[in-house]
Design a protein around this ligand. Structure first.
Ligand SMILES: [Zn+2]
Length: 99
């Protein structure tokens, strides 16, 4: 941010940024965006393990391996035999909080 925003070195940095984070914040043509995920978190009710997926391919099983969490802040993915036996603890960024 600020006066250095348009200098050449900053442009190069932003290019790297896109390469690294393009998968997390893909540029889409659709105008409608899903609510932004703040924390992708569940609790397995069989073993009481709290699982948090921090990035897109951060795939984690709970201790008893009945449920997994995946998707990070990109999407919410859950699966396994315990799919009906977990508590949803994820939080979202309010649409109006930031632009
Ligand atoms: Zn479990």
């Amino acid at each position: 941010m600020g006066k250095n925003m348009y200098c050449k070195s900053q442009k190069a940095n932003s290019k790297d940024w896109n390469a690294n984070y393009g998968g997390i914040f893909p540029k889409k043509k659709e105008a409608v965006r899903p609510p932004r995920i703040k924390e992708n978190k569940i609790k397995c009710l069989s073993c009481n393990t709290i699982l948090t997926s921090y990035f897109r391919h951060d795939f984690k099983w709970c201790k008893c391996e009945s449920i997994f969490v995946d998707g990070g802040m990109d999407y919410l993915r859950r699966g396994g035999e315990g799919i009906d036996n977990y508590e949803e603890l994820s939080t979202y960024v309010e649409e109006t909080e930031e632009d």
